[in-house]
Write a new protein. Structure first.
Length: 215
C-alpha cells in the first residue's frame, strides 16, 4: 500500500476553516478534518454543519468527541470517505462502526498513547482504519513518539490488511521513519499549516516518504 500524506485542517470557526482549505486546495487529494467538542478534546472547533471540501477529494473526519452517538448521523450525512472516533470514549463504538459501514462509508478508530491494541481487539477487527494518535487533542503539533510504531505490529496481528494512520507531530525529519514503520496515512497538521510555502512542504513530505532507503 502506497503511503499517503493527508494535510489536516483544524479550525475554530468557519473563516479559519475556509483559510485552512484554501491553503491546501492546490495540492491536497486527501484531507484530514478535525472536529472537537470542547469535552473529549479541550478546544472547540467548527461543527459538522460548517464542514465542506472540494468535489473529488478523499475526506477523512476525525471526531474528537465524548459521545460519538450524538454526532454520527450528521457526519454520515456529509458523506466523507472515512469517519474516525476515539476508542477512549465511554460509549460502545462497535454499533457506531457498523452503522457507518452500513451507510457505505469507511469507519475508523483512533488510539491515544496509553491505549494498548489488544484491549480493543473487537474494534480493530471491525474497523477499516486504525489511527495511532501521538498528538495533543484539539491542537496542531504534538510530538511524534516513534515508540508508538510498535502498535503497528500489534494492530496488524489482529487485522493484517487494515489501513493504519498516524496523527501527531509529523515533520520532514520523521516522515520517512514513520512510513518505513508501516504507517499508510500520515496526517500532517502544523508542519503544513505553519509553512511559508505549504505546497513546497507537501511536495517535500511526499519526496521523503517515497525516497529509496540507503544502506
Amino acid at each position: 500500500m502506497a503511503v499517503t500524506i493527508a494535510p489536516s485542517v483544524l479550525a475554530e470557526d468557519a473563516e479559519q476553516y475556509k483559510a485552512g482549505m484554501e491553503r491546501i486546495h492546490q495540492f491536497a487529494e486527501r484531507v484530514h478534518i478535525d472536529i472537537c467538542d470542547g469535552e473529549f478534546a479541550p478546544s472547540f472547533t467548527v461543527g459538522s454543519s460548517e464542514i465542506w471540501w472540494p468535489a473529488g477529494w478523499h475526506a477523512d473526519i476525525h471526531a474528537m468527541v465524548a459521545r460519538p452517538s450524538e454526532h454520527v448521523n450528521q457526519l454520515i450525512a456529509l458523506k466523507p470517505s472515512l469517519i474516525i472516533f476515539h476508542v477512549e470514549v465511554a460509549e460502545d463504538l462497535l454499533p457506531i462502526i457498523k452503522k457507518i459501514k452500513a451507510a457505505g462509508l469507511k469507519a475508523g478508530i483512533a488510539l491515544q498513547r496509553p491505549t494498548v491494541p489488544s484491549t480493543i481487539q473487537p474494534l480493530i477487527e471491525e474497523a477499516d482504519h486504525v489511527m495511532i494518535f501521538s498528538g495533543d487533542l484539539g491542537h496542531y503539533g504534538g510530538t511524534a513518539s516513534l515508540m508508538q510504531l510498535e502498535k503497528v505490529r500489534l494492530i496488524r496481528n489482529i487485522q493484517p490488511n487494515v489501513e493504519i494512520g498516524w496523527d501527531g507531530g509529523v515533520t520532514l525529519e520523521n516522515a520517512y521513519s514513520l512510513s518505513q514503520g508501516g504507517i499508510d496515512v500520515l496526517n500532517v497538521g502544523g508542519t503544513i499549516a505553519r509553512s511559508a510555502d505549504p505546497a513546497e512542504t507537501y511536495k517535500s513530505l511526499v519526496s521523503e516518504i517515497n525516497k529509496q532507503g540507503v544502506i
